[in-house]
Design a protein around this ligand. Structure first.
Ligand code: PEP
Length: 251
């Protein structure tokens, strides 16, 4: 059966020292808390080694927030999937709406990143989601289906089965506006159906689909109670251990 997962996305926040302190605080809190989900934290590249070494791998999986679309070579400033994997990180967020919007990451670029991540043993947390104008024009189903198909449906069934999906309506990210639990359930079920049409029911049923967008301790339980919402990708609320723990314990 698919896993329940709560994953934090720290974005471009925290110094190395602050990040290590936060990771340790979450690790300590998890020692004394009964949980019903896997916990992942995705940190800036600069923090990966230190955070990997500061937490217990059995309690927290560590991930990067991005990786390059090239394997290696003369790409100044880029960080490859192989480099990420060499830190001990196990996950990588790909296709986040901020990367799509501000760094012009297209479906084809993301396809390359997904392939390189998988080749290097990283589990992609692949983000999809519509902008407000697309939701208002009722295009969100088409937009999300295209994002899933255009960057992932080239994968073999064996590789697709390794992917975690995060549905993150762009209008809900960092805005305080959350999709209602019914809105999340509706589109998560649609994503699962889209996967089933290509890869079959077993793989679709085993794919974890996380919700992201202003998820916080006060709304997590309602969202996670929906049958197709398998957890959350958490931005702002992942930067405070007590809030992040409040979301983890919503399961
Ligand atoms: C995100 O950026 O992945 C996210 C969900 O952000 P926030 O929780 O702050 O809306």
């Amino acid at each position: 059966m698919r896993k329940n997962i709560v994953a934090g996305n720290w974005k471009m926040n925290t110094t190395l020292q602050e990040g290590v302190a936060l990771a340790k605080e979450i690790n300590e809190a998890l020692k004394t808390t009964e949980t019903h989900c896997d916990v992942i934290i995705a940190t800036p590249f600069t923090h990966l080694v230190s955070v990997v070494n500061s937490v217990e791998a059995s309690r927290i999986g560590v991930g990067a927030e991005n990786c390059a679309d090239k394997a290696e070579g003369a790409f100044t400033g880029e960080v490859s999937a192989r480099m990420v994997a060499s830190t001990g990180a196990k996950y990588v967020i790909l296709g986040h709406s901020e990367r799509r919007a501000y760094y012009h990451e297209t479906a084809d670029i993301l396809k390359e990143k997904v392939t390189l991540a998988l080749e290097n043993g990283l589990t992609p947390i692949f983000c999809v989601g519509e902008v407000l104008a697309e939701r208002e024009a009722e295009q969100h189903f088409d937009v999300v289906a295209a994002q899933v198909k255009d960057s992932l449906f080239n994968l073999t069934a064996e590789d697709f089965a390794k992917i975690i999906i995060a549905y993150e309506p762009v209008w809900a990210i960092g805005t305080g506006k959350t999709a209602t639990a019914d809105q999340a359930q509706e589109i998560h079920a649609f994503i699962r159906k889209t996967i089933a049409e290509k890869y079959g029911n077993e793989i679709a049923d085993n794919t974890s689909i996380l919700y992201g967008g202003s998820c916080k301790p006060s709304n997590a339980a309602e969202l996670f109670a929906k049958p197709d919402v398998d957890g959350g990708l958490i931005g702002g609320a992942a930067l405070k251990a007590s809030d992040f723990m409040g979301i983890i314990t919503a399961f």
